[in-house]
Design a binder for this molecule. Structure first.
Ligand SMILES: Nc1ncnc2c1ncn2[C@@H]1O[C@H](COP(=O)(O)OP(=O)(O)OP(=O)(O)O)[C@@H](O)[C@H]1O
Ligand SMILES: Nc1ncnc2c1ncn2[C@@H]1O[C@H](COP(=O)(O)OP(=O)(O)OP(=O)(O)O)[C@@H](O)[C@H]1O
Ligand SMILES: [Mg+2]
Ligand SMILES: [Mg+2]
Lengths: 165, 154, 154, 165
């Protein structure tokens, strides 16, 4: 499989809707400090089912919703959609293209969709089991986190190695 | 089950040593089962010896050497069990120019089997990307995307 | 004693806000006594709001913004109570080019009162140094010093 | 006061004696990964009386002694000397120039000197009290450590602020 598109709306610093298209190979994201690059990595983590607020650098659930700025009002919800090319059938669903969507409201209410069909968070997590994608995996290395692969205590590394072996 | 793990572990170990040698231009590295008698429970140790240097604890390695060793382990894992895509946020930050070039060509080679999305400030890493997105803050303090040419990107 | 601490704390707070504004080109920052009733025992909180942005927890700041905020606090401390010398090991690593230039000119200004020894990979930081030492590894894996010209240093 | 000279012999990667001269203003130290730059910062920490092996990235005391390499034998001791201009009498000693020396042998034996006179570790630490120099201070910021000033828990920050205020 490969990622085709990421749609961000109201997620962290993305008050205006942004669509990023991805292609096989290497996509580089560049820009000044504080512009929103790591927020894009957070968005991918989040839509794939990340449950730890701390690992998204937040203190509470609603920290992922655009909080407003000097000139803009806060938004009421955040939504991220990730569209995946599944022509190789890597994901166990009978579609060539799969879009997963996650939405959270200030009330704390959450909604999840796979190809526009409402589902639960665990259905999304289940979908990626065994692919190396997800919080126990090694497919998303956050900023400042590359050393952790080495500094983890020997017992803690097991989770990673069991995913691999 | 235990046999499967020990076998995969040994494959990963060989892969780690190979990748480490390529990235460091020599030296050697290993992953070891702390207690080989209990492969499914024991902790996993990492050993790294840059070329020409004496084997010492990981903690004594430099910032850049630690990062490059971790990158070697990541690539070793990807060689053994590639993920479909990989998001890397500034993992090249501590590398000097010689090392970031080596990292970038590694990325290029592995990108045949794995789709990479890399956040970076380093020119060498930008140069191996087929697609380049620039993100900036508007004066309304919200993020937007701009098209980027490589000369102005770093 | 308590009065002395509260007074110095307030001076440091003003200094921090000023330095933060200069480094970020706006915005505001504070250090706060979590329990003003117990100034000598209570914990100390840090608040930082980059220009145009809403005030949020420090954790949500970007890597570069956190580093620059920490640098602002360090310089604020140096302004209030300068140390004779200061050794800085790659504290500019996360800063983009615009921010590292601002950091470098700050360093230049403060170097009248404090002697700085900075380890860096960044050209802007090298350019404000009066003395430049290059360190490399010999093939015997021991360190040596070489004379460096700025053009080849970064 | 200001630093005038640092002499390293047998300290970490410095198998051959190295002398670095410092002047008022800014000195930049540059070079490739693993060349020994941070080891210089460690040497300054160490000669000023650092007692924590961990804060010098070591596991045991003798980790600061040149351990040898493929081509060189290990050395039997490490020695660092720091020469300081004290014309402003910032340090409470009646000398215009003060040289502090620290030496450690593989046996674990240590020696300390102030201007060639043998002394104890605590004499060196005592000398810098109140100047902001030393392990509770803010005069040496190690690699990757700048964020710690922010991420320390509010109670832990007190040590730093009490040094300042
Ligand atoms: N919920 C939110 N609402 C509005 N802005 C937010 C929200 N969460 C985070 N931000 C803003 O996003 C910015 C951080 O963005 P990000 O971490 O993506 O930066 P970056 O481009 O990775 O920068 P660096 O190069 O320094 O790592 C912060 O300035 C923060 O104020
Ligand atoms: N006791 C010792 N004997 C020999 N070599 C040592 C000893 N202690 C550390 N080293 C070597 O010193 C090197 C690390 O040096 P240092 O941390 O100063 O690098 P650096 O120049 O700061 O690099 P970077 O730019 O990556 O931070 C390591 O390769 C390590 O092998
Ligand atoms: Mg970032
Ligand atoms: Mg270093």
């Amino acid at each position: 499989m490969f990622l085709k598109r990421l749609d961000l709306y109201g997620f962290k610093s993305f008050a205006n809707k942004l669509t990023l298209e991805f292609f096989p190979g290497i996509t580089a994201i560049v820009g000044p400090n504080g512009s929103g690059k790591s927020n894009i990595a957070d968005a991918i983590k989040w839509v794939l089912g990340e449950q730890s607020v701390k690992s998204l650098r937040g203190l509470k659930l609603e920290d992922v919703i655009f909080a407003g700025s000097k000139k803009l009002k806060p938004l009421g919800f955040a939504e991220v959609s990730l569209t995946i090319d599944n022509s190789d059938n890597c994901l166990p669903l009978d579609y060539n293209e799969i879009t997963i969507t996650r939405r959270v409201f200030r009330s704390g209410e959450s909604e999840f969709y796979i190809n526009k069909t409402s589902c639960r968070l665990k259905d999304i997590i289940q979908l990626f089991l065994g692919t190396g994608v997800g919080s126990e995996g090694y497919s998303i290395i956050g900023q400042g986190k590359i050393d952790e692969i080495l500094s983890a205590r020997p017992e803690d590394r097991r989770a990673l190695f069991e995913e691999v072996a | 089950m235990q046999e499967q793990f020990v076998k995969s572990f040994s494959v990963l170990n060989k892969s780690f040593n190979l990748v480490f040698e390529e990235l460091f231009g020599g030296g050697k590295a290993e992953i070891v089962l702390e207690d080989p008698e209990k492969p499914l429970e024991t902790g996993i140790g990492i050993i790294a010896q840059p070329p020409g240097k004496k084997l010492q604890s990981l903690s004594l390695l430099s910032g850049g050497e630690k990062a490059l060793t971790a990158i070697a382990l990541l690539f070793a894992i990807l060689r053994v069990k590639p993920t479909p895509f990989c998001v890397l946020d500034e993992i090249d930050a501590s590398l000097d120019d010689a090392n970031v070039s080596r990292f970038a060509s590694f990325l290029k080679n592995y990108s045949k089997d794995t789709q990479f999305i890399v956040i970076t400030h380093r020119k060498a890493t930008m140069e191996v990307a087929e697609t380049l997105y620039g993100i900036t803050m508007e004066d309304t303090a919200t993020s937007k995307m701009i098209s980027v040419k490589l000369e102005e990107a770093s």
